[in-house]
Design a binder for this molecule. Structure first.
Ligand code: ADP
Ligand code: MG
Length: 364
């Protein structure tokens, strides 16, 4: 596939309001050329507003958007979508119902005044790329959801945009198809060479795809970092919760040990990675990632680095079982083991310190 020259995207203090509501609250970020950036946040956090502002579908009220060295939004400037050299894939596909699959894919080329034979040639090649070579003469209504999304992907890629925007492209697909389509998007988008901004409310999708993850909460970008950093050092409790926790328990700092702290949970001492400025005696939250937990048989003597409790729920997950374990300090969920521990079992949950995060107390 012919590749494009990726563009660097920069947002500076972006503000967007709807009436009195602030949908984007001084959002700043840089997507380097060729990076795959995923913006993650719950429904209503401003993800679509951000993407639509980058696309030029929305006018912003403050801040700037730069594509490479080029200012496309800011002050009184607003460059329209068709002059931003980007393409977008939507959750609901947004295909032209009256155009065939081939004509849908050729559409961006025809708009750029590329002659019909050349446009058709490129559209045909792109349909092969997205696995729809035999569907050229069909209409969108004659395709499944997954096939329609592949048409939309082909239409986005065919014009070789330097920036590709995805707005929850997998949300309308069934679970089995979602995983395959995710891989396809990752492969084709990366091969295209474009810079990608992809939004989702699904943390597993975000971690699987991203070079860089941004987390949005009420229109504010609360963290923007590599996936590993978001996982190990979430910026706040909201980010930690939204990216998957087995537990969020109260604890007291007993001792500071470099990047780690030793916590007193009342029952045991536990080591956790410190986020923020923590001192001995401070009240803190102990945030536990599911992957940091391991379930073993209960033994008489208490052991540091573990919590004792009893199994209150067990759920089959295919590869094994997720347990809910009630401990003196609160419940742990998503405690995985390959074999099921029956309800009522007295167990010990062993914790690894890298997946335990001690966070400064904050208002959330
Ligand atoms: P997300 O995509 O993360 O679900 P949106 O960007 O769609 O969030 O919306 C962010 C906030 O802005 C929400 O509170 C939403 O109700 C509001 N909003 C979005 N679009 C409009 C609009 N066209 N008019 C009024 N409010 C809007
Ligand atoms: Mg949305």
């Amino acid at each position: 596939m012919n590749t494009t020259t990726a563009t660097r995207l920069e947002l500076r203090d972006l503000v967007k309001r709807y009436g009195t509501q602030t949908a984007l609250d001084e959002v700043s970020l840089v997507a380097e050329a060729g990076q795959f950036v995923v913006l993650l946040g719950p429904s209503g956090s401003g993800k679509s507003t951000l993407l639509r502002s980058v696309a030029g579908i929305e006018r912003v009220h403050g801040g700037r958007i730069l594509l490479g060295d080029r200012l496309v939004a800011g002050d009184t400037l607003h460059v329209p979508p068709e002059r931003r050299e980007l393409a977008m894939v939507f959750q609901d596909y947004a295909l032209w119902p009256h155009l065939t699959v081939a004509d849908n894919v050729a559409y961006p080329l025809r708009r750029k005044k590329i002659a019909r034979p050349e446009a058709e040639k490129r559209a045909t090649a792109m349909l092969e790329r997205v696995g729809l070579g035999d569907y050229a003469t069909r209409f969108p209504s004659e395709l499944s959801g997954g096939e329609q999304q592949r048409v939309a992907l082909g239409r986005a890629l065919v014009g070789r945009p330097s920036l590709l925007l995805f707005d929850e492209p997998l949300s309308n697909l069934d679970a089995d198809l979602r995983e395959r389509m995710r891989v396809e998007i990752a492969t084709l988008a990366r091969e295209s060479g474009a810079t990608v901004v992809y939004i989702t409310h699904d943390q597993s999708e975000a971690f699987a795809l991203a070079d860089q993850i941004g987390v949005l909460d009420h229109g504010r970008l609360v963290q923007y970092a590599r996936p590993e950093t978001v996982y190990l050092r979430p910026a706040n409790r909201f980010v930690a919760r939204f990216t998957g926790l087995a537990a969020d328990l109260a604890a007291t700092v007993a001792r500071v040990d470099g990047e780690y702290v030793v916590l007193d949970t009342g029952e045991r001492r536990l080591r956790a990675r410190a986020v923020g400025d923590l001192r001995p005696g401070d009240g803190t939250r102990l945030l536990i990632r599911p992957a940091a937990t391991r379930i073993v048989a209960h033994r008489e003597a208490g052991e540091d680095g573990s919590l004792d409790g009893s199994v209150v729920d067990v759920a089959y997950r295919g590869r094994g079982y997720d347990h809910v374990v009630a401990t003196a300090g609160g419940e742990l969920t998503a405690v995985f083991d390959e074999r099921p521990w029956p309800r009522g079992s007295e167990v010990r949950v062993v914790l690894t310190s890298d997946g335990c995060i001690a966070h400064v107390m904050e208002q959330v």
